[in-house]
Design a protein around this ligand. Structure first.
Ligand code: IYR
Length: 221
């Protein structure tokens, strides 16, 4: 059965206003940085809810919205997650990580110590749903769930930046332990851990530059 269709809500903007907004957003997005140094200052649940709702506006394969955002502020649970992540990361850094990978992480200074998991007031874990429940009670696949969740994560990150907070895209490796700790079902797969909060007063970031347009885009006109 076909969905009901309604008129698109859309208002045309003057070209000068389009250009102003395009430039303003780029300038604002270009100020976004990933930091590993979080303040312990609390952040209200309402702000996290709004960022999740922004992420959940993402387009998704067959509009299945195959994501679950699990937001944790419980100090006890954050500690549990940190301890489990550090056990895995310890092995990853010392045994599993090939030299070609190590050479890239060394300049960034990442290691198996994950203090952001207990410093940040919130840990938001994005789970990707690989199956959906059909109306006949059986599981069916989801489609393009990795792409869909990647887009949702990007929109969540933009929302966090726009509200004046910082986040970090942490990928504990492997991160299967998160399903057990957070009580998610077998068809949900943890994809990203995003600590969210205020930056620490002495927060630092690597001195990085971003590729210029010519290195990231090709046009055919
Ligand atoms: N998952 C590890 C390693 C790591 C990998 C990449 I690629 C990074 O850009 C940063 C870290 C960790 O979180 O430490």
């Amino acid at each position: 059965m076909k969905d009901e269709f309604v008129p698109l809500e859309w208002n045309e903007l003057p070209v000068t206003e389009m250009e102003r907004r395009a430039g303003a957003l780029y300038e604002q997005m270009n100020l976004r940085r990933t930091t590993r140094h979080f303040s312990k200052r609390p952040v209200s649940r309402e702000l996290i809810e709004k960022a999740i709702m922004c992420g959940a506006t993402a387009p998704s394969g067959a509009h299945l919205q195959p994501w679950t955002f699990v937001a944790v502020s419980s100090a006890e649970m954050k500690m549990k997650m940190r301890e489990a992540a550090e056990i895995e990361e310890e092995r990853t850094y010392s045994e599993r990580m090939p030299e070609a990978w190590q050479e890239l992480l060394q300049p960034l200074g990442t290691d198996a110590v994950k203090e952001h998991m207990t410093d940040a007031p919130w840990l938001v874990v994005l789970f990707r749903q690989s199956k959906r429940m059909r109306s006949n009670g059986e599981f069916g696949p989801t489609y393009y769930s990795t792409e869909s969740c990647g887009i949702a994560a990007g929109m969540f990150i933009q929302a966090i930046h726009n509200m004046g907070l910082v986040t970090l895209t942490h990928t504990p490796s492997p991160m299967g332990f998160l399903r057990g700790i957070l009580g998610r079902p077998a068809h949900e797969h943890a994809m990203l851990v995003m600590p969210v909060g205020y930056p620490a007063e002495d927060a630092t970031v690597p001195k990085l530059s971003r590729k210029p347009l010519d290195d990231v885009a090709v046009f055919f006109e």
